[in-house]
Design a protein around this ligand. Sequence first.
Ligand code: A2P
Length: 282
Amino acid sequence: MTEQTPVTEEKSAKVPALPDAQTVTEVKHYTDRLFSFRCTRPSTLRFRSGEFVMIGLMGDVNPKTGKQKPLLRAYSIASPAWDDEMEFYSIKVQDGPLTSKLQHIKVGDEIILRPKPVGTLVHDALIPGKRIWFFATGTGFAPFASLLREPQTYEDYDEVIITHTCREVGELTYGRDLIESIRNDEMLAELMGEDFHKKIRYYPTTTREESAKMGRITDLIRSGELFEDLEIDPLNPESDRAMICGNLAFNLELKELLEDAGLEEGANSKPAQYVVEKAFLD
Ligand code: A2P
């Protein structure tokens, strides 16, 4: 999840220093539209892998009042619950109120992080199954970067299939690097067993630039090509569980495909077979 409707907080204008400040520890740029960064984690913050928090920066000084307000957006936490630091994966929108500024952060800078995690892309919202699908487009990969590093994912499922559809090849880099790092992660291997990473099936596709696999994942599901490529049975409500995070049209289309296959939408209060979260882009 990246930028969405602005959230401003009247009272914070009275706070002299940056409220809920965390320090940036790493910044990586992938394309002119994508970057990731890490920051310190509030010592009291507990969250479930897959959730999101509000993060941001101080807005410009209001010329009328001379005051500043925090400019916050919902961001999926890309790091797992056990990580000492927090990681985020973001789009850069040149005229976006927050990301036009956020894209310039450097190690040592401060950001605002409200320590109130929420979200539906959590294991608690799904009933037990054998195979879990993570369906992402663009920066919708972020919550899955968290869940792919979450031991419970491998405890709960025999197979973990992550599909990531982007317009161009360069937009797959963050996800590709992350999968590679998980396959070589000694700590996870120690915790989950040497072969845990063999449960991961990574299925990247592009739609506007030539790559090994092209096409929208929705079309590849409809045609059956996805299942043929992975040499597995089609979606089945008995064994398959799914999480969806991408742009709105994608979420709606995929939801329909899952419903057609007999899966039901779950929530924290009523776990079922799939859950959806929107990756906001503005
Ligand atoms: P496409 O290039 O055919 O629009 P965006 O950057 O616009 O959020 O899109 C990210 C990726 O999601 C793109 O590859 C885009 O494909 C794909 N996409 C957009 N809408 C849908 C949809 N309704 N179903 C499946 N994939 C979609």
